[in-house]
Design a protein around this ligand. Structure first.
Ligand code: FCB
Length: 440
């Protein structure tokens, strides 16, 4: 790895990211059922029907995992908290073991000198709330703010930074229009409502955390570098709409209090009445922006010709084992574009970037391509900083191999290999490369 710590501005943070359902072991510690449990139990949704019941058993092994994070020389650790672990019914009586767990987890980070970056929601909605319509129900904004209050009353004094929702696009569009994540809906009205309520819940949770006196609150959006697949006007129009839904909808609302007009043309007929009155809450001021970036998309119009129907193509670039093309310059594009259009002077963090790679079964910790991927993306972060973007940190997805949602345990994103039979952890070559680089 070419990188040295001193290539970055003083105080620049290096971290790794994980999420609760993907690593903790949701079956442990009295957590309530979530829509991911039932989505996974429904045939056809998840590879081999795998779920997060045991995952990496981080619930019992977090000390070892945080030792690994600190041992790499990281400054920060981005984790998420499970709503159903804290409130098994989504509302009402908290689970004391759940609150204790996050309390111990945060203390364990601090004891190792890792700054805790908390995300309140990384996709496992309590089933009791899913029964009430989940993200389609406007009341979710208040349920979520109440969850934020219950949890942060306990740990908010010690988390270094917090963001309400990981990747609103996945929560809303991927899960209610494309049907690829829980709750697996494919309905434009459901999607429009989720697209709005996720922002409202974000704003209400920011207010709730501010009311507790918390500082350093942010938002985390994911982005795909979007280009038309060919020179036709149809592909240009499709790519523009895709970019609007993916890259401009949530930042437009959260940062500029407005939805992009091109996307509104599609969604306005399906939006909840009076949505305009919520924009000020959605745009509640934050202190930093987090960007998750993995790949680009070449977009053409989908076979139905309906707006919102897209074909996704690739152009023969090297890909990760997810089939995602490796396009590091997309990260520079987003850091500089978001700095210009949406940051309004706030610092930006890369809150996720990384790759899945298959290792040879006899050498599971061999991951030269991950080292190259990280090197090339970090070079783009430096380039964006040189071009004036105020980027303050970079989190690798992920610390551990984990439950990759609908793709189960097949896709390995970790700097640390996990044997899902024995749960043994083995640092990969990328882990050691980073350790060396950060010590320079
Ligand atoms: C992101 C998610 C994370 C993980 C990576 C690969 O979209 O935030 O949970 O699945 O992709």
């Amino acid at each position: 790895m070419d990188l040295k710590r001193t290539d970055f501005p003083p105080g620049f943070l290096f971290g790794a990211a994980t999420s609760s359902y993907q690593i903790e072991g949701h079956g442990f510690g009295g957590a309530g059922p979530t829509h991911w449990d039932t989505f996974a139990a429904t045939p056809g949704n998840v590879v081999r029907g795998e779920n997060g019941a045991r995952a990496c058993d981080h619930y019992h092994r977090f000390d070892e995992d945080l030792d690994l994070a600190a041992g790499m020389g990281l400054d920060a650790y981005r984790f998420s908290t499970s709503w159903a672990r804290v409130l098994p019914e989504g509302r009402g009586t908290p689970n004391p073991d759940g609150l204790d767990f996050y309390d111990r987890l945060v203390d364990a980070m601090l004891a190792r000198g890792l700054k805790p970056y908390a995300t309140l929601y990384h996709w496992e909605l309590p089933s009791a709330l899913a029964d009430l319509g989940g993200w389609r129900n406007r009341d979710i904004a208040d349920w979520f703010a109440d969850f934020a209050t219950v949890l942060m009353r306990r740990i908010g004094d010690r988390v270094y930074a917090a963001a309400p929702i990981n990747e609103p696009w996945c929560v809303a569009w991927l899960s209610h229009f494309l049907g690829l994540h829980a709750p697996g809906m494919r309905d434009i009205r459901a999607a429009a409502r989720a697209m709005h309520h996720v922002g409202l819940a974000h704003g209400r949770a920011i207010q709730a955390m501010r009311a507790l006196g918390m500082r350093n609150l942010g938002c985390v959006t994911n982005h795909e570098y979007t280009m038309p697949a060919d020179d036709t006007p149809e592909a240009a129009a499709a790519a523009k709409l895709y970019d609007g839904i993916y890259n401009r909808w949530f930042l437009g609302a959260m940062r500029n209090a407005e939805y992009p007009t091109d996307v509104l043309e599609l969604l306005a007929p399906h939006m909840p009445a009076g949505w305009q009155n919520d924009m000020a809450v959605i745009a509640e001021p934050v202190d930093w922006l987090g960007i998750n970036y993995y790949t680009r998309k070449l977009i053409a119009r989908g076979p139905s010709g309906l707006p919102g129907d897209f074909r996704e193509l690739t152009a023969g670039l090297p890909t990760t084992s997810m089939g995602w093309e490796i396009v590091p310059e997309g990260l520079h594009y987003f850091l500089t574009w978001i700095d210009r259009e949406y940051a309004h002077g706030l610092p930006i963090y890369v809150t996720e970037n990384g790759m899945s790679a298959d290792a040879p079964p006899d050498r599971p910790a061999d991951d030269p391509e991950r080292i190259g991927y990280l090197d090339r993306h970090l070079a783009q972060v430096r380039h964006a900083i040189a071009d004036g973007a105020d980027v303050r940190g970079y989190f690798i997805w992920s610390l551990l191999d984990n439950y990759e949602w609908a793709l189960g345990y097949d896709k390995r994103f970790g700097l640390v290999h996990v044997d899902f039979e024995t749960l043994e952890r083995t640092p990969k070559a990328s882990y050691y490369a980073l350790q060396t680089a950060l010590a320079r």
